[in-house]
Design a protein around this ligand. Structure first.
Ligand SMILES: Nc1ncnc2c1ncn2[C@@H]1O[C@H](COP(=O)(O)OP(=O)(O)OP(=O)(O)O)[C@@H](O)[C@H]1O
Length: 248
């Protein structure tokens, strides 16, 4: 199957509000199979909300969301999700291996019983993310960067076709950030990826397209990201970090 063969995420005129003020306004966009998409925008711009709509955790007030051509809840098994590091309790008294195995839990399955295949997949993704050597440590014995990789391994254990990451490198240094994005580049050979980031200058080195969300959504091919485009989408909220001299 060729890259960019079909649309796997489709938003058709989608609006959403939690209470009174609109968070997402009339969003229409599509993501193609095999794509690596960066999602940027100011704080409160609606990025996490967009991921929740993709996962079927919330429903649009208006418009239609289709994931792999179906209702989001019907295809949630094809999705892997890595939450924002800051929102994950890191003092759980469970081991790295147990955490990664949680990715193998399926509805209707006796979830405390993992079979050989579950264990083999867990080992493979721990090796892939570089956390296999910590497998028996509990989460409180890990650095922020190591814990982040464990959360990525847990998402990979579901063997997803679309990986969703909410600011996966917010709590790691720029050296580790590069390592994590090199991993994503590798993963992108077999799955589609959406990554939320505040660091547009950095992600343009990796992603195919940048979607800029500030209630409304604008998509740009990475080569089309110019300072004017950034100014237009962030306005006064501009908070960008530049690790590289990469031109934007
Ligand atoms: N459960 C909720 N109930 C009410 N309002 C919410 C809820 N979750 C988010 N919001 C509000 O919706 C808006 C969009 O939030 P969201 O978390 O999607 O933004 P974001 O772009 O991911 O922000 P950040 O970059 O700060 O993580 C914000 O104003 C937020 O306060």
């Amino acid at each position: 199957m060729g890259r960019f063969a079909k649309n796997i995420v489709e938003f058709d005129n989608v609006s959403f509000r939690y209470q009174t003020s609109p968070v997402l306004k009339e969003i229409t966009f599509a993501m193609r199979e095999g794509e690596f998409l960066g999602l940027v925008g100011p704080n409160g711009g609606g990025k996490s909300t967009l991921l929740k709509l993709i996962m079927g955790l919330i429903k649009p007030d208006q418009g239609d969301v289709r994931i792999f051509g179906s209702h989001p809840q019907k295809v949630c098994r094809k999705l892997g999700y890595v939450p924002q590091f800051a929102r994950f309790p890191s003092d759980f008294p469970i081991t790295v291996e147990e955490t990664v195995l949680m990715g193998r839990i399926r509805p209707g399955k006796l979830w405390l019983r993992y079979n050989k295949e579950d264990k083999a997949v867990a080992l493979r993704v721990m090796q892939e993310t570089g956390v296999a050597e910590f497998a028996q440590r509990t989460l409180d014995q890990l650095s922020g960067g190591q814990l982040q990789r464990v959360l990525i391994a847990r998402a990979l254990a579901t063997e997803p076709e679309l990986l969703l990451l909410d600011e996966p490198t917010a709590s790691v240094d720029s050296h580790q950030e590069k390592g994590v994005f090199e991993l994503f580049k590798e993963l992108n050979k077999r799955m589609s990826i959406i990554v939320i980031s505040h660091d547009i200058g950095f992600i343009t080195n990796y992603v195919d397209r940048v979607a800029c969300l500030n209630k409304e959504l604008l998509c740009h091919e990475t080569h089309a990201i110019t300072p004017d485009v950034i100014e237009q989408m962030y306005g006064d909220h501009i908070h960008m970090i530049h690790h590289h001299t990469h031109s934007i």
